[in-house]
Design a binder for this molecule. Structure first.
Ligand SMILES: [Zn+2]
Length: 536
């Protein structure tokens, strides 16, 4: 490989940036430079005649995407304290296998263009390489290089240090001490602005606390504890939330019903939604109750707005924000977001241009999308915290498990992988029957008004996710325990379903499928444990 001893020039997009640096390092590069390519901005570019921010909706050519290069898909949280909270004086582990060992820098497209032009005509052309998405929108042919005589010098100053961080935690006691909803958003940002990431989420979270305090002033008390968290050091690798979860794992295992995440609550007018399947129903029902600020002649709901652009597909949680620690300790999670479509102003993610001015002028003039997200969060949290019976739909979890199973069957056929899935099939059937049983129990509890039975049902809904994390860590990544979903080892952000099996096939060495086969058993066992929690 010609990359050995060179500086790798890498385009942003697809996988998490830290894994791009990891790939460069694994192939012998001595440093990495990652640039934004304007082709990812679609229609709204200066090349298409749109003015650049601050004068117009296109990306400012000098916009740089900063960000962590931790190996997110294996080791989120403080890399020196894997699996335990990072207190002062805690023993520190060697972190060299999860932190990049080569320097890297992010670049704007304006700065990257001359580099690509210097490589032009040297090595293999982008067209000949024919890698999806490599040829972008800059004035060059995207040759691989190296170009004789072309030299790039990197001047990187970084510090390896352990420093204090501060999570801010608020707490409202519920009447049921053993049921808890956690709502969180990170507070740290890559620059002073950080207006969409994370301050749009912080605005929504702060408004929510004001609303809930007004309600409390009337004498109202939620049934369930509500914990409000403002996480620190998310941008460094989800450190604040992961360390907090690691400190409170036992208590969360005993009481947590769900974790609601707000991060980039507003980056455009289109409603986003990613969640674990048991929360789909309550999220969609709540969408239907909130008016979308579409500024049109007629009112549409958040549901209509979401459906129009998603086609009804709810995202599967991978990683990239603070739900990660919760989900992989068996707490069902939901992520609230909005984003710009192909015709909307470009949001300058993780750059100095993620400013209040951008938000007020281009992203959400009038802050109506912020208000809608706040209404969505407040209603959703209210139902989860106060409904007599938890609005948790385990039957939908069974439906989704079957859909993931069908995808897996298809994937195995494509890969010509001979892996017997009958144990997984049986486990999913058992889960479905258990879900039906507990649903029948729920109906009975509602009809009879039997408070004890309601508690039994609620506790099963609260606990069943713990089964999915009961089988220990996924191959080569102890942190990630959920047998149904995890960030892809080579994607970081995007989710892979049945990760132990899928990746056991994907990364099989020399056709050896023993890891995949072992993970059919472990995945099935995790689902069986979840099923037994629902209906013993
Ligand atoms: Zn963020």
């Amino acid at each position: 490989m010609k990359i050995k001893g060179k500086i790798a020039l890498i385009r942003y997009g697809g996988l998490f940036r830290g894994l791009k640096v990891k790939n460069a390092q694994d192939f012998g590069a001595i440093a990495a430079v990652i640039f934004i390519d304007p082709i990812d901005d679609g229609e709204i570019t200066t090349a298409n005649g749109y003015a650049a921010y601050p004068d117009g909706p296109a990306r400012n050519p000098s916009s740089v995407q900063k960000g962590s290069t931790l190996f997110l898909s294996t080791s989120p949280g403080d890399p020196t304290t894997p699996g335990y909270p990072s207190h002062e004086g805690a023993p520190r582990a060697d972190s060299s296998n999860v932190l990049p060992q080569i320097p890297s820098l992010p670049l704007s497209y304006e700065a990257a263009e001359p580099l690509l032009q210097a490589l032009d005509g040297h090595g293999v052309s982008g067209e000949a390489v024919n890698r999806t998405g490599w040829v972008g929108g800059l004035d060059a042919r995207y040759f691989t290089g190296p170009a004789p005589g072309a030299k790039l010098t990197l001047d990187v100053k970084s510090r390896d240090a352990i420093a204090p961080i501060h999570n801010v935690i608020g707490w409202i006691n519920g009447t049921n001490a053993d049921e808890t909803i956690v709502i969180g958003n990170h507070r740290d940002t890559w620059m002073i602005g950080g207006n969409a990431d994370p301050n749009s989420g912080s605005a929504v979270l702060v408004e929510f606390t004001r609303a809930i305090n007004k309600l409390r002033a009337t004498g109202w008390q939620p049934k369930r504890n509500i914990v409000l968290a403002s996480w620190d050091a998310e941008e460094w690798g989800l450190i604040g939330s992961v360390e907090w979860v690691e400190e409170h794992t036992n208590w969360l295992t005993e009481t947590a019903v769900a974790y609601l995440n707000v991060d980039v609550a507003v980056a455009g007018p289109h409603q986003g939604l990613s969640a674990t399947p048991e929360l789909h129903g309550v999220a969609l029902d709540t969408f239907k109750k909130v008016i979308h600020p579409n500024f049109g002649a007629y009112n549409i709901s958040l549901y209509d707005s979401w459906y129009d652009i998603s086609g009804g597909v709810i995202g599967i949680l991978g990683s990239g924000s603070d739900f990660t620690g919760f989900l992989h300790r068996g707490v069902g999670s939901l992520d609230i977001s909005s984003y710009g479509g192909p015709k909307d102003p470009i949001w300058h993610y993780h750059s100095n241009y993620d400013t209040y001015h951008w938000m007020a002028t281009w992203g959400d003039p009038g802050f109506h999308v912020h208000a809608a997200q706040g209404q969505f969060l407040a209603l959703l949290a209210y139902h989860l915290a106060s409904d007599d019976i938890l609005p948790i739909d385990v039957q939908n979890y069974a439906v989704e498990l079957r859909a993931y199973y069908d995808d897996l069957v298809e994937f195995l056929a494509e890969e010509n992988a001979d892996v017997d899935l009958s144990e997984l099939d049986t486990a999913i059937e058992l889960f479905k029957r258990s879900a039906d049983t507990v649903k029948a129990l729920e109906r009975q509890a509602v009809e009879t008004g039997d408070e004890e039975l309601k508690t039994v049902v609620n506790h099963r809904y609260r606990d069943f996710q713990r089964g999915f994390v009961s089988q220990g860590g996924l191959p080569s990544r102890e942190f990630y325990r959920h047998v149904v979903t995890a960030p892809g080892l080579d994607t970081g952000y995007a989710a892979v379903t049945f990760p132990g099996i899928t990746e056991g096939v994907q990364y099989a060495v020399g056709g050896d499928l023993s890891v995949a086969r072992e993970w059919v058993k472990r995945t099935a066992k995790g689902i069986v444990v979840a099923a037994r929690i629902l209906a013993t």
